[in-house]
Design a binder for this molecule. Structure first.
Ligand code: BTN
Length: 245
């Protein structure tokens, strides 16, 4: 792996810290891990619980040449890499919820937050933030507003976070390399094999709007396909979120 790796004991958010380092002239690619985050960021303005030394808080920054076209489905590719890393340590039940949550038996074990820096039409950087609940104590996170689990709960033992970090970064490297060569199309089948909610009735929400449908799958651009009143429709966009009906 030729990404330099730095580990900090405490940052506000590994994503935010990477933006500052890019501004200060540090060159991508590189990886930043932290023992804790004081303001861990989740999707759609949420907080990501980040207690000290219990979980994995990891961000990778890469240069992306030639604009947004390949970035669109990138978050699905990252989700697949996380699910594969979890499977490689024995969590067979790791499944993907569109666009990029990783669930085990319906409970969230990992979240992913992609952020772009620079002009999206030109050369830019993508910051890939991954949080994985590893050994988090069950009584800690009052801020978590959804069912969650951890590697420890799934495996019944405490896991060395370095081992998981190494597996995660290698899976990321391998999945991203396919993504840059062939796009998400090259990973779609593998993603679908781990799809948590195919065939389920869901509500897709964007702000206050909800669309009800049945999940058909994901397409080659990473959009979610729903059957809505019998019509096959594809949806994409960062602010969308799915829940079971
Ligand atoms: C989600 O809402 O599901 C996304 C959570 C992403 C959390 C990770 S932890 C490492 C990186 N730094 C952050 O501040 N957020 C991401």
């Amino acid at each position: 792996l030729d990404w330099p790796i730095t580990v900090e004991s405490s940052v506000d958010s590994t994503n935010a810290e990477i933006f500052r380092r890019l501004d200060a002239g540090v060159r991508a690619p590189f990886v930043l891990l932290a023992e804790r985050q004081t303001a861990g960021r989740g999707r759609r303005g949420r907080v990501w619980a980040s207690p000290f030394a219990e979980n994995l808080y990891c961000s990778v920054v890469l240069r992306v040449d030639g604009g947004m076209s390949q970035v669109e489905a990138l978050s699905l590719t990252v989700g697949l890499a996380v699910a594969k890393a979890l499977q490689s340590i024995g969590i067979d039940g790791a499944r993907l919820k569109w666009p990029n949550d990783v669930l085990v038996e319906g409970r969230k074990i990992s979240g992913i937050l992609l952020e772009l820096a620079g002009d999206p039409a030109d050369v830019c950087h993508v910051v890939i933030g991954v949080g994985i609940n590893v050994n988090m104590a069950v009584d800690v996170p009052a801020v978590i507003d959804q069912p969650w689990t951890s590697v420890r709960q799934c495996l019944g033992r405490v896991l060395d976070r370095n081992e998981l970090a190494a597996k995660l970064l290698l899976q990321l490297r391998d999945c991203l390399s396919i993504h840059w060569q062939r796009g998400f199309a090259g990973l779609r089948e593998e993603w679908e094999a781990l799809h948590a909610w195919r065939g389920r009735s869901v509500a897709l929400t964007a702000g206050n709007n909800a669309t009800l449908g049945v999940v058909l799958g994901v397409d080659e651009r990473g959009a979610i396909r729903l059957s809505v009143d019998g019509v096959d429709r594809a949806f994409s966009g960062g602010e969308l979120s799915l829940r079971l009906q």
